[in-house]
Write a protein that binds this ligand. Sequence first.
Ligand SMILES: NC(=O)c1ccc[n+]([C@@H]2O[C@H](COP(=O)([O-])OP(=O)(O)OC[C@H]3O[C@@H](n4cnc5c(N)ncnc54)[C@H](O)[C@@H]3O)[C@@H](O)[C@H]2O)c1
Length: 255
Amino acid sequence: MAYKSIGIVGGGVIGQALFDYVSKHDSLSVEYVLVSDVRRSTRQGAITRILTDDVDAALSQKVDLVLEAANPDFLHAHASRILESSSLCGFSCSALATEATEDAILASAGRSGRRFYLPHGGIFGLDGLIDGRPVLNSVTITTTKSGPSLGGAADLHGVVFDGSTRDACIQFPRNVNVHAAIAWAGLGFDRTRSIIVAEPNATVMTHQIRIIGDNLEWNITAQSRSLGGVTGSYTPKSAVGSVARILNSGIIANV
Ligand SMILES: NC(=O)c1ccc[n+]([C@@H]2O[C@H](COP(=O)([O-])OP(=O)(O)OC[C@H]3O[C@@H](n4cnc5c(N)ncnc54)[C@H](O)[C@@H]3O)[C@@H](O)[C@H]2O)c1
């Protein structure tokens, strides 16, 4: 399907990058940018004419494609409704660890024939995991960040979580979108192990992914600097690349 009308949810680091990219194309129209607080977003100098914090006014516009870059709670509350009439790309993909949300997304997309796109976000190699699924035995992701970027104190250190990716997504919904994407592509939320480590004064965030399968062993390390919040320096570029592929009808991953 050719996507022409676009709604963007979130006007922060990722949402702004998506707006800048989409609004450059004459064949596309951004109908709204939905944020939680218009006054704060206006002060950030973003997107004014189409900026709104009125959820119902925004979502009642039946756009072809909604790009969500807000938070997992937004997907819990609105993904199913959006998918009744629009395709949806969700960057806050830790929301999929909540079974009720994943089920609602699948059911709504199934009824309407719209698509839910799961972008690779801050990590890469999901295609390899999807292809290797039948021979994978274990997938472990270890993320190291500073305490404040995990929502904790500056002197927080050591392992703060070790368990299933499903539980990690529920306890650290803003920090483990990468874990969610890896789990979805590979062994699922219950069979993927998540470890979260706090390191005082860490200036980079590190994801180490160890994958063991039949006659294979992969180690992926990805490091990036935070752009001030939960998002690393690579993710806005990755987000724009994913949306470009969706608009060109190349699917990255789709549930
Ligand atoms: N998939 C990945 O690998 C990956 C990587 C980084 C960030 N993320 C996720 O992407 C999302 C956006 O990240 P960011 O760095 O751009 O965030 P940000 O904090 O810079 O911006 C968030 C934006 O969302 C808006 N918002 C928040 N709650 C909202 C709501 N209920 N309704 C409408 N708008 C709302 C805010 O007004 C703000 O404009 C976050 O959920 C983040 O965890 C995913």
